[in-house]
Design a protein around this ligand. Structure first.
Ligand SMILES: Nc1ncnc2c1ncn2[C@@H]1O[C@H](COP(=O)(O)OP(=O)(O)OP(=O)(O)O)[C@@H](O)[C@H]1O
Length: 265
């Protein structure tokens, strides 16, 4: 395991959990991400910001090999989780996606009950030995996703019957249920109203005590509120990254300055 650390505003140094080195991504012949290297610290929130089409989601999807599912997509370079190469051909991708969970832009609960949405992952990974074990996993995952009190009396009703914000918290509970180390969030609030967004932001703040979180967001205000480190992307390049307070108050690059002051994007 590489023993480097990076600085975050609320704690001077954090161990690095995920490293990306010289990562490029191609969709067919077109290159969309250019030679990106970054260290992601544990138990902190790292935000990816930048104008539409700059490659934020493309890069995020590299961390749990979601790009493998896109035909013609090719990733070069190296990404390690705790020092282990996640592109090792011998690696079990299903296992990787349990360790590196993902929450999408649009809440996407399975067309099943609230209980089954959360129990599905633990069941396929064999994490519960009995019904009581499974009940405990479902309850604690819903608790951690700050949804338990709202659904404890309707666990067997469809997940799709919840409000948008509740559905997104259900998706977070589903990711948490398989005990991930890293949670990737791709614009998790973009389909939500301001109140539901505030709930999710509070939740992200709590979750960072136990999980390493990487969030793609269109909202600079959201990045400033929830993240400890921010990475700014432009035209497929990582322009700069660092502690969120510094990126927003004294960026080193003119392109970052122009973006955060609303000159484009
Ligand atoms: N499945 C795909 N096939 C082909 N090109 C793609 C695919 N997904 C993304 N791209 C291209 O890669 C580039 C980066 O897109 P990406 O979605 O990663 O950007 P983004 O910064 O997340 O944008 P947004 O904020 O609009 O979601 C864009 O030029 C986009 O058209």
């Amino acid at each position: 395991m590489e023993s480097s650390t990076v600085r975050t505003p609320d704690a001077e140094q954090r161990p690095v959990r995920v490293t990306a080195r010289n990562v490029s991504v191609f969709y067919g012949p077109k290159q969309s991400l250019f030679d990106v290297s970054i260290d992601i610290p544990e138990k902190a929130v790292t935000a990816f910001i930048g104008p539409s089409g700059c490659g934020k989601s493309t890069f995020l999807r590299c961390f749990n090999r979601m790009n493998d599912t896109i035909e013609g997509c090719r990733v070069t370079g190296k990404i390690s989780l705790d020092g282990g190469d996640i592109y090792d051909p011998a690696l079990d991708v299903v296992e990787l996606r349990a360790r590196v969970g993902m929450v999408f832009q649009k809440p996407n609960p399975f067309p099943k009950s609230i209980y089954e949405n959360v129990a599905y992952g633990p069941r396929i990974h064999g994490l519960a030995r009995s019904k009581a074990d499974m009940d405990a996993i479902v309850e604690s995952s819903l608790q951690k996703a700050s949804l338990w009190n709202e659904v404890k009396d309707r666990l067997h009703e469809p997940g799709t019957g919840l409000s948008g914000g509740q559905q997104q918290r259900l998706c977070i509970a589903r990711a948490i249920a398989v005990s991930p180390e890293v949670i990737l969030m791709d614009e998790p609030c973009s389909a939500l109203d301001p109140i539901a967004t505030a709930r999710i932001e509070e939740l992200i703040d709590e979750l960072k005590q136990n999980y390493t979180i990487v969030i793609v967001t269109h909202s600079m205000q959201q990045a400033a509120r929830v993240s400890q480190r921010t990475a700014f992307f432009h035209l497929g390049n990582l322009v700069e990254e660092g502690p969120t307070d510094l990126i927003f108050t004294s960026p080193g690059e003119k392109r970052t300055q122009d973006y955060i002051t609303g000159r484009y994007g």
